[in-house]
Design a binder for this molecule. Structure first.
Ligand SMILES: *[C@@H]1O[C@H](CO)[C@@H](O)[C@H](O)[C@H]1NC(C)=O
Ligand SMILES: *[C@@H]1O[C@H](CO)[C@@H](O)[C@H](O)[C@H]1NC(C)=O
Ligand SMILES: *[C@@H]1O[C@H](CO)[C@@H](O)[C@H](O)[C@H]1NC(C)=O
Ligand SMILES: *[C@@H]1O[C@H](CO)[C@@H](O)[C@H](O)[C@H]1NC(C)=O
Ligand SMILES: *[C@@H]1O[C@H](CO)[C@@H](O)[C@H](O)[C@H]1NC(C)=O
Ligand SMILES: *[C@@H]1O[C@H](CO)[C@@H](O)[C@H](O)[C@H]1NC(C)=O
Length: 330
């Protein structure tokens, strides 16, 4: 690694500050502003982050997906709200001129923890700032090192380094207090708020779409999952699963799952997407023509106790509802 690159990396890794008050904060919401480097214009700063992601760094990125092997110190939670009925928080907005064959709302995120490069999946949601990307909590905050992701970029409709809508850089990262403080997998969800691109265009305008959000986790409903799983061309192309959401279970038995992961507030789906699909949307009410729908969860984890299944935390008013209310205009 060239010395100048190393310096830039070290320098960039010092720029995040935890912002506990002010914009985009509130009950169960924590955020971090990505501060620009002194002496950089906004444009130069964004370019420096985009340039950081050379083809070599992209090729070296590791797929993010925590794999839970057994019940350990993972604080699963009480399913206290499971009588709530589904509720659309915001509907989708999809322009008819979607120019690519996969949903332009779904894309690939790259970021760093320490000196290591990672990728996740995410999607552009319908938000009033037109800048909001939804992903998993573990894609923005490392609960072991207590560290926010750095150098976070999002590429809508990424396909083997083709970038039909360009590359966007995060100006703010947001997750739930329960993810940050307790690695509480019932709250493994996050937003990356992106800066407008060099021409001042917001990501939601540029990609021509914003997916909706759906609260309270409908079960036994057809669901399409999208993500850049490592098993398909090392995450260079998007993969999908289509199945019905289920109550988490092992060998079909929910009580077995709850023995290992007591009171997990999430849903399960039969899906083989691997690491790197983390943060990818679970879409319901999906329309294959417009490739739109409402997101009821994001890819969170898998466990060797139930191979072939994947899990997503339920979006509730107390987590996603709060994030959206506090941050959709941040
Ligand atoms: C909120 O963010 C805007 C724009 O980023 C900024 O102008 C404003 O000062 C911020 N407000 C607070 C309370 O931090
Ligand atoms: C995880 O979140 C749930 C729901 O908000 C809460 O009841 C529980 O106490 C949390 N777990 C921990 C360890 O804080
Ligand atoms: C986006 O969501 C808002 C509600 O937050 C809704 O009023 C609006 O109609 C949605 N946009 C479209 C095009 O569906
Ligand atoms: C999170 O931080 C811990 C402690 O520094 C480290 O061991 C782990 O590799 C980090 N996780 C990721 C995904 O970087
Ligand atoms: C990706 O692009 C490279 C060269 O640009 C090509 O060799 C490779 O076959 C492509 N992979 C896929 C999966 O399209
Ligand atoms: C899907 O969207 C297309 C285009 O807007 C519309 O014509 C069609 O009726 C929709 N399909 C369903 C099942 O809603």
């Amino acid at each position: 690694m060239a010395l100048s690159t190393l310096c830039l990396l070290l320098f960039l890794s010092l720029t995040g500050v935890i912002n506990g008050a002010g914009n985009c904060s509130g009950s169960n919401t924590v955020s971090m502003d990505v501060n620009m480097l002194r002496g950089f214009t906004q444009e130069e700063y964004q370019k420096s982050i985009i340039d950081y992601w050379t083809p070599e760094r992209i090729a070296s990125a590791r797929p993010m997906q925590p794999k839970i092997i057994r019940n350990g110190n993972i604080p699963f939670v009480k399913n206290h709200e499971d009588n709530e009925i589904e509720r659309i928080l915001t509907p989708s907005t999809i322009l008819p001129d979607a120019r690519v064959s996969t949903s332009p709302c779904v894309g690939r995120a790259f970021f760093t923890y320490g000196s290591l490069t990672y990728w996740c999946s995410g999607s552009v949601i319908n938000a009033s700032n037109m800048d909001t990307v939804l992903t998993a909590g573990h894609c923005v905050f490392n609960t072991t090192s207590k560290e926010w992701a750095k150098n976070f970029i999002f590429i809508p409709a990424y396909n083997n380094n083709s970038r039909p809508y360009g590359t966007f850089t995060a100006r703010k990262l947001v997750t739930t207090l329960q993810w940050m403080s307790n690695a509480n997998f019932s709250h493994d969800m996050a937003f990356a708020i992106m800066s407008p691109d060099g021409t001042g265009t917001h990501i939601q305008q540029k990609a021509g779409c914003g997916l909706g959000l759906l609260l309270n986790c409908p079960l036994n409903v057809n669901t399409n999952v999208y993500g850049y799983g490592e098993q398909t061309n090392n995450g260079e192309t998007i993969s999908t699963c289509a199945a019905k959401t289920q109550t988490p279970s092992i060998l079909g038995l929910p009580f077995l799952f709850s023995i290992f992961t007591p009171n997990y507030d999430g849903s399960q789906i039969t899906c083989n997407l691997e690491g790197g699909s983390s943060g990818g949307p679970w879409l319901q009410q999906y329309n294959a023509t417009t490739m739109s729908g409402v997101i009821m969860g994001v890819m969170s984890f898998e466990t060797t106790l139930a191979p072939g299944s994947r899990y997503a935390a339920c979006f509730r008013q107390g987590n996603m509802g709060q994030l959206y209310a506090n941050c959709q205009s941040a």
